[in-house]
Design a protein around this ligand. Structure first.
Ligand code: DX5
Ligand code: ZN
Length: 232
């Protein structure tokens, strides 16, 4: 019995948007109808956990005020135990921390939920899933990275789909209750294999914000994922 949502979730990553016009870029994927994104993915990088620096809490607080689409904050930062709950308090719908960085991930998940957010756990391409399965019982979202975190526009790493298949099986058999999300290199050429492997939510940066019409790109990716899943 599959437990995937009725339609695949698409989460455009504003890492590939124009940072000088963030409000408009979010609005471009928030129009009612099939071109509307399910979540807006916000990549927070601290230049320590990853070799890149993006945006932080003040920007998320401002986006929260203008975004009609729930914010999916992906924290690529050190010491998420200390900093992540602030993003939940700022109104993020889902706050994802990295398993490689969290010191007490179970406690952290509880803190995120207590602050009103869903709790997400992310693993880098080289991080195995198995050691984190017990921890994942306390989480709402598993974010499988399909590129090394740090930059948009990289090539999809298909090997990570084995972790997606394992997570899908555990969710479908009732051992875990998670949204299975994938992040990195998702585009028209890669989304079908990810959908077949059992992904629920697809982050797409360059494939959405590199397109002439970001909303149309959202709708097209969702259609592709839905077709691949139903054909499987
Ligand atoms: C990478 C980020 C991704 C990035 C994806 O570290 O976590 O969310 O924006 O960008 P694309 O879709 O271009 O690979
Ligand atoms: Zn991300």
């Amino acid at each position: 019995m599959a437990s995937q949502p009725l339609h695949p979730l698409i989460a455009p990553s504003i890492l590939s948007a124009d940072f000088a016009r963030l409000g408009e870029e979010v609005a471009a994927v928030a129009r009612d109808g099939e071109t509307r994104a399910d979540w807006v993915h916000v990549d927070v990088m601290d230049n320590h956990f990853v070799p890149n620096l993006t945006l932080g809490l003040p920007v998320v607080e401002s986006l929260r005020k203008v975004s009609e689409v729930p914010l999916d904050c992906h924290l690529m930062i050190e010491d998420p135990d200390r900093w992540a709950p602030g993003y939940a308090e700022a109104g993020a719908y889902n706050v994802t921390v990295h398993a490689e960085a969290a010191r007490e991930p179970v406690m952290l998940a509880k803190n995120l939920r207590a602050a009103g957010a869903k709790a997400g756990l992310s693993i880098k391409p080289g991080t195995p899933l198995e050691p984190h399965l017990d921890t994942l019982k306390h989480y709402d979202t598993l974010l499988v990275m399909s590129v090394e975190p740090g930059f948009g526009g990289q090539s999809f790493i298909p090997d990570v789909l084995e972790k997606v298949r394992t997570a899908r099986r555990l969710v479908d058999t009732g051992h875990l209750t998670l949204v299975v999300e994938i992040d990195g290199g998702i585009n028209a050429s890669t989304i079908e294999q990810a959908a077949e492997a059992g992904v629920d939510c697809f982050v797409a940066g360059s494939a959405v914000y590199g397109a002439e019409d970001p909303g149309r790109a959202v709708a097209a990716l969702r259609d592709q994922a839905a077709c691949a899943r139903s054909a499987h």
